[in-house]
Design a protein around this ligand. Structure first.
Ligand SMILES: [Zn+2]
Length: 375
């Protein structure tokens, strides 16, 4: 871009010197700065380079990215997995907020300059589940940032049907920080686990983006929250976010039993799972009769021991959830736009330091979200 940038500047200077203002020059260069990787592996594989700006289709928009939040998904995509087959080089980043730069010929509701947030679920809008409004169950489900190029770049393209306009008085940092985790937690708690006021919700591994969203949404919907975390710093933040009881799971390895005691033998109505292997058994153990475990992640591993007897005898429900449909996305965004949910931003890194930001996320000492600011 620098080479093109210089060329343009020189041309403009020439123009002024020659007083030839009639000559039209587009100030936008054809390339953009992007953080990408050519092979899977650790953070050292990330390069910051100039690449061509994506070309939009009739139903798509080009977004000038302002902020893109980090998610564990980015690490999974960068590390690579046998099941993940994506063309390389790849640009990750699923939590995108930016302004519209260009719109495809079929796009009617958006124009250049609109501030927008993106639902990272790519859906076909034609299959049976899409027509039912269940976009995250689409036959051709893809994730923007995982299967398609995402937001760790100056520009990205997405279908216009994935957007919501962000009101002018709303902080774009807050929207990027809360976007993906809020819509995921909203579907998990509201649609899947059917949270009602007074429910006891247990949140293991509290401290990350998803679980901090879950604490706030649970409190907003009138639940009592028991959060489990590991460090003093995380315990303090989790308490501030509204958790009623905070347990240190390192001091309480049998926390499932402890929760039964704390609820006078009744147990929890809902467990909000995203940890997986390390917490699965205790998460099932602390449920009440007819309780619901809802899961949308497994950061410590995909296999967990399940006492099948307990599942049918106690009539437990194990519910899977991934991202959200457009209706849930819009409901979740409304919570952010109206200030009902407050972001907890740990740190903001510039695009050039994406590798450092990902190392920071991997270390696991953060509380809340890590953002990338695009120059
Ligand atoms: Zn579909």
């Amino acid at each position: 871009m620098s080479i093109l940038g210089v060329q343009i500047e020189e041309k403009i200077r020439d123009q002024h010197n020659n007083h030839n203002f009639a000559l039209k020059i587009t100030p936008m260069s054809k390339t953009m700065l992007a953080a990408l990787f050519y092979e899977h592996g650790d953070a050292s594989k990330i390069r910051v380079e100039n690449v061509a700006i994506p070309k939009i289709d009739r139903d798509e928009v080009l977004i000038r990215v302002r902020y893109c939040a980090l998610n564990r998904l980015d690490l999974f995509v960068r590390n690579g997995a046998p099941t993940l087959k994506i063309p390389l080089p790849h640009i990750s980043g699923s939590d995108i907020v930016g302004t519209i730069e260009d719109v495809g010929e079929n796009v009617a509701n958006y124009e250049k300059g609109d501030l927008v947030a993106v639902n990272a679920v790519w859906f076909c809008n034609k299959c049976e589940r899409c027509l039912e409004g269940e976009h995250s169950l689409c036959d051709e489900f893809k994730m923007i940032g995982e299967h398609l190029w995402g937001g760790f770049a100056q520009y990205t393209k997405v279908p216009a049907r994935n957007l919501i306009k962000v009101p002018k008085n709303v902080d774009p940092q807050a929207v990027a920080a809360l976007g993906l985790t809020t819509l995921t937690a909203w579907r998990m708690l509201k649609t899947k686990a059917k949270l009602s006021p007074g429910d006891v919700v247990v949140i293991p591994g509290a401290g990350g983006g998803l679980s901090t969203a879950a604490i706030q949404i649970s409190k907003l919907l009138g639940a009592k929250v028991i959060a489990l975390t590991s460090t003093e710093r995380k315990m303090e933040v989790v308490k501030k976010l509204g958790a009623d009881i905070v347990l240190n799971y390192k001091e309480e390895p049998n926390w499932g039993k402890k929760i039964l005691e704390l609820t006078n033998g009744r147990g929890a109505d809902i467990v909000f799972e995203s940890v997986g292997h390390a917490t699965w058994q205790q998460s099932l153990r602390c449920l009440r009769k007819g309780g619901r475990l809802v899961t949308a992640g497994a950061t410590t591993g995909f296999e967990g021991k399940t006492n099948i007897g307990a599942v049918f005898w106690l009539q437990l429900e194990i519910l899977g959830s991934t991202m959200a449909n457009m209706a849930e996305f819009k409901e979740a965004m409304e919570l952010i736009f109206t200030g009902k949910l407050k972001p907890h931003i740990d740190k903001v890194f510039p695009l050039e330091q994406l590798a450092d930001a990902q190392r920071y996320l991997e270390a696991g000492d953060h509380v809340g979200k890590i953002l990338i600011e695009i120059p």
